[in-house]
Design a protein around this ligand. Structure first.
Ligand code: EPU
Length: 420
């Protein structure tokens, strides 16, 4: 497996462009299942998760044509509405095909995702929401077998805020008969971007971005062209990296408004942050100040930024208390950061991080994407060489990571498997 070798100690400086959002692109690719007409997307990031989704859709009979500029998806018919265990186990977002398949084909067979490195992550809210819309879903041999004549609108009150759950139900409701109300809906910008794309396809959706989404179903959806929103987590990751290393960066092609909670915390840590249009500039002089945080659904502080801020806290002045409320097992990076000399104590879903003056390079590895990003930041700060194992985790969600880091002056290189 490829590794990333980082020689730390150099502030990040320079300018890079932010890519399209992974977590917006994935549901939007699935939206192509809802129409017999072509869906043309731009700003789709070149990521492993996007390739996995393209492969999954391809297995169902969709044609997926990708070039650097655009991705065109076309499903005149769907040959096999099945998502196999082999693909679903590698990417949980595969469950996003369930709602659209059921709405378009009246049946779907989707593997249950199984365990996950960051927590239990059940899909019960997806299932009960679709059942409220008239679907019958049976679990057999590890698969959800879903059927429905035609889904009908329903009032669905979600037990908890779920991003892909909201997206699955929104896509299903777009083709259902009558009106669906999704209450306690996720408000993430990626949900809003999906709603924008569905609306361009002819769906009738109101309230995306608020806790109540109202969808009036239509008989068919058409083709559309849609540009995927910039990735707010990629943006936040580079900002946290610049802050941790005492650097100065300018990120273009971003959406500053989607990053309020992150920018507030960076300012609290002592960074100077300025936003203009689609760009964000950050400058940090000296060591950051410790900032405590608690993850929450949007517009709260994103769980997908927690590991990166833990890396920042490891070298800050003072003590940061970091509480993870979304996933129960999302502190795997803390133990790896300890290997770099960080002072972190875990108490249930809380990490108490006492900042130290310096970290020291070491070999580390992570079990999920954002944890790996946190380790990369720690490696950029640490003295000497850090080797981050399992780079494929980073390739799932960070487009051209080494190139972008190198453009900011970091000393980073990919070591092909077997060469270290
Ligand atoms: N949950 C349930 N039942 C459900 C659905 C969710 O109990 O039916 C629980 C989960 O176990 C979790 C909480 O609800 O404790 C929130 O999970 P959510 O469903 O919102 O997560 P997700 O939709 O599976 C998306 C992102 C994640 C991100 C979370 C939270 C995509 C493709 N993935 O996952 O992104 O962490 O929302 O913001 O949009 C990542 O990019 O690294 C990543 C993990």
């Amino acid at each position: 497996m490829d590794k990333l070798r980082i020689t730390g100690g150099r502030p990040l400086e320079g300018e890079i462009r932010i890519s399209g959002a992974k977590n917006a692109a994935l549901p939007i690719l699935c939206a192509a299942l809802l129409t017999a007409k072509p869906l043309t997307l731009t700003n789709v990031p070149a990521l492993r998760d996007v390739s996995t989704m393209a492969k999954l859709l391809g297995e169902m009979g969709l044609s997926v044509k990708r070039s650097p500029e655009r991705t065109v998806l076309h499903a005149p018919s769907i040959e096999d509405p099945t998502a196999s265990y082999d693909l679903v186990k590698t990417m949980r977002a595969s469950v996003l095909v369930l709602g659209p398949l059921l709405a378009r084909c009246g049946r779907a067979k989707v593997s249950l995702p199984g365990g996950c490195a960051i927590g239990a992550r059940p899909v019960d809210q997806h299932v009960t929401g679709l059942e409220a819309m008239g679907a019958t879903i049976a679990i057999e041999h590890g698969y959800m077998h879903a059927t429905a004549e035609r889904l009908r609108g329903a009032r669905i009150v979600m037990d908890l805020v779920t991003v892909t759950g909201t997206e699955n139900l929104m896509m299903a409701a777009a083709l259902a008969e009558g009106e669906t109300l999704i209450e306690n809906a996720a408000r993430e910008p990626e949900v809003v971007d999906l709603a924008r794309c569905l609306t361009a396809m002819g769906a009738k959706i109101q309230g995306a971005g608020s806790p109540v989404i109202r969808i009036t179903g239509v008989r068919t959806l058409g083709g559309a062209e849609h540009r995927v929103v910039p990735d707010r987590i990629e943006t936040g990751t580079y900002l946290a990296a610049a802050a941790a290393t005492g650097g100065k960066v300018r990120l273009t092609g971003a959406v500053p408004d989607a990053l309020d909670a992150t920018l507030d915390k960076l300012r609290e840590a002592g960074a100077t942050v300025a936003t203009t249009g689609d760009s964000i500039e950050l400058q940090m002089s000296g060591r950051p100040t410790a900032v405590s945080l608690r993850t929450a659904p949007y517009p709260g502080f994103a769980t997908d930024m927690q590991a990166q801020f833990m890396a920042l806290a490891t070298v800050a002045h003072g003590t940061a208390v970091i509480t993870e409320t979304i996933f129960e097992n999302r502190f795997m990076h803390a133990l790896e950061m300890q290997r770099l000399g960080a002072d972190i104590r875990l108490e249930g879903n809380t990490a108490i991080v006492n900042g130290v003056a310096r970290l020291q390079g070491a070999r580390v590895m992570a079990t999920d994407l954002r944890a790996s990003a946190g380790l990369v930041i720690a490696g950029l700060v640490a003295e000497g060489e850090t080797v981050v194992d399992r780079v494929y985790q980073l390739d799932r969600g960070y487009e051209a990571l080494e190139n972008k880091l190198s453009a900011l002056g970091a000393r980073v290189e990919r070591v092909r498997s077997g060469l270290l």
